[in-house]
Ligand binder design. Structure first.
Ligand code: 5GP
Length: 115
C-alpha cells in the first residue's frame, strides 16, 4: 500500500478532527470543507481505497457502515429532516482521498441531479 491516507492519519490521531462517532471499525468526523451545514465523513478504519475495490471479505464492514449512517443521523438529530449519503469513486466521481468514505450531508435542501 502507498503512503498513509489523510484519513489513516486522522484515525491514528496524527492530525486532529472534529469527532462525531468512533468504534473499532469506523470513525466519523466533520468534513474540513463542508458542502452543507452538516457534512460528516464516515470512514472505515480498514483502508479500502474506494468502493469499487471492496471485496466479499468486506461485506460485514460495509453493512456496519450503512447501519452507522442511520445511527449518526439520529445521534446528530437531522434524521427526521432528511439527508444525503454520497460515495465518490475515482476521477469522474470526484474522489480526492483514496480511502473509502461516505459523505453524509444534511440541513439544507439538496438538488437532484447532483452537479
Ligand atoms: P472525496 O472528494 O474524496 O469524495 O472527499 C474527500 C473529503 O475529505 C473532502 O470533502 C475534503 O473536504 C475532506 N478532507 C480532506 N482532507 C481533510 C482533513 O484533513 N480533515 C477533514 N476533516 N476532512 C478532510
Amino acid at each position: 500500500m502507498s503512503e498513509k491516507s489523510i484519513f489513516e492519519r486522522i484515525i491514528e490521531r496524527e492530525i486532529p478532527c472534529s469527532l462525531v462517532y468512533e468504534d473499532e471499525h469506523c470513525i466519523a468526523f466533520h468534513d474540513i470543507e463542508p458542502q452543507a451545514p452538516v457534512h460528516i465523513l464516515l470512514v472505515p478504519k480498514k483502508r479500502i481505497n474506494r468502493i469499487e475495490k471492496a471485496t466479499a471479505e468486506d461485506q460485514t464492514l460495509l453493512g456496519h457502515l450503512m447501519l452507522k449512517v442511520g445511527e449518526i443521523a439520529r445521534q446528530e438529530q437531522f434524521a427526521e429532516r432528511g439527508f444525503r449519503t454520497v460515495i465518490n469513486n475515482g476521477e469522474n466521481g470526484g474522489e480526492t482521498v483514496p480511502h473509502l468514505h461516505i459523505h453524509i450531508l444534511a440541513e439544507r435542501k439538496l438538488q437532484w441531479p447532483p452537479g
